[in-house]
Design a protein around this ligand. Structure first.
Ligand code: ZN
Length: 272
C-alpha cells in the first residue's frame, strides 16, 4: 500500500517531464513544480539503474544451426566447392537423420531457436546464421563470416552426428591453429569448449562420446566454420542420431530444452 502513492507521484512527474519535453508551452509549469515532485522525479529516473543487470547484457552471441531443411533439394548449390584454408569442401551438406527420419537440420534449428530465446531473455544480442528450416545453405564459409561480422563474443555451431549404431554420446569440437585467421581465438575457443562440455554433461544426461575425441573434447582443422572464425567458436555434436538411445533423447522436446539451457548456462560461465 505504501508504494502506491509514491509510484503515482513518480508517474505523474515522469508524465510532466515528458509533456515539457514535447511541448514548450508546459515547460514553465514544470519548472515551478513543487520540490516534493522534483524529488520523486529524481527517484523515478534513478530507479531503473538500480535494477540488477541481465547476466548477458551487452554480449553478442551467434548461433549456427547446422545444415538447412531445404539443402537436399539443391545439390547444385550445396555441392559447390568452397575454400576452408586447409582444403576445399562442399558449401554445405544435408546433414544426417534418425532412422525414422527426424532430420539433423530440424534438430539443430529447434535447439537454436530455444537457445536464442533463453539468451535474449538474459540480455544478449543473438544472431542466427539462417532464418528458418526450409531454405538452402548458407555455405560454411558464410556461416563463419556472419559470426565475424557480428564481432560475436562467442559463436556456436549446433550439429548431431551420424555414426555407427553402437557409437553414442556427445562431443565438442574446437579449432586448431592453422596459421590462419582462427589462430588468435584458439585458446578462447578451448575455454568455451570446456564450459560447453561441462554444462552439457551435467545438465542433459547425454554421456561423453564413446567413439571420438577424449572426454568429449575434439580438435579439428578441417572445418570451415572453425578455420575461418575470428571469434571464439566451437561445434557441438549433440549425440549420434543413428544410435537408438541418443536418437530418443534428441527427438524429445524436453531434452532439447535441457540442451539449450545447458548451452546458455555454459555461455554465462565462459563470459564471466
Ligand atoms: Zn552436421
Amino acid at each position: 500500500m505504501k508504494t502506491r502513492p509514491a509510484l503515482a507521484a513518480a508517474a505523474l512527474a515522469v508524465i510532466g517531464l515528458g509533456t515539457a519535453a514535447c511541448g514548450g508551452g508546459v515547460a514553465a509549469g514544470a519548472e515551478s513544480a513543487p520540490a516534493a515532485v522534483q524529488k520523486s522525479t529524481a527517484e523515478a529516473v534513478a530507479a531503473p539503474a538500480q535494477a540488477p543487470a541481465k547476466p548477458l547484457a551487452g554480449k553478442v552471441v551467434v548461433i549456427d544451426p547446422g545444415h538447412n531443411g531445404g539443402n537436399y533439394k539443391r545439390p547444385d548449390v550445396i555441392n559447390k566447392q568452397v575454400d576452408v584454408l586447409t582444403q576445399k569442401k562442399a558449401c554445405d551438406t544435408t546433414g544426417t537423420a534418425t532412422n525414422d527420419g527426424y532430420s539433423e537440420a530440424a534438430f539443430t534449428w529447434d535447439v537454436s531457436v530455444r537457445l536464442a530465446k533463453l539468451l535474449r531473455a538474459e540480455g544478449a544480442t543473438v544472431k542466427l546464421t539462417r532464418d528458418d528450416n526450409t531454405g538452402v545453405g548458407p555455405c560454411i564459409t558464410q556461416r563463419a563470416a556472419i559470426g565475424n561480422k557480428a564481432k560475436a563474443d562467442l559463436a556456436i555451431s549446433i550439429h548431431a552426428d551420424g555414426a555407427g549404431s553402437t557409437s553414442h554420446g556427445f562431443h565438442v569440437i574446437m579449432p586448431k591453429k592453422i596459421n590462419g585467421p582462427v589462430d588468435p581465438v584458439v585458446a578462447k575457443s578451448a575455454k568455451l569448449g570446456l564450459a560447453v562440455r561441462n554444462a552439457v554433461k551435467k545438465q542433459t544426461g547425454m554421456p561423453y562420446a564413446n567413439y571420438i575425441g577424449k572426454n568429449a573434447l575434439d580438435y579439428r582443422s578441417d572445418l570451415g566454420g572453425l578455420n575461418l572464425s575470428t571469434v571464439p567458436k566451437v561445434f557441438i555434436e549433440s549425440g549420434n542420431m543413428r544410435n537408438a538411445g541418443d536418437a530418443a533423447k534428441m527427438k524429445s522436446s524436453s531434452w532439447r530444452q535441457d540442451l539449450a539451457e545447458a548451452l546458455a548456462s555454459s555461455f554465462q560461465t565462459y563470459l564471466k
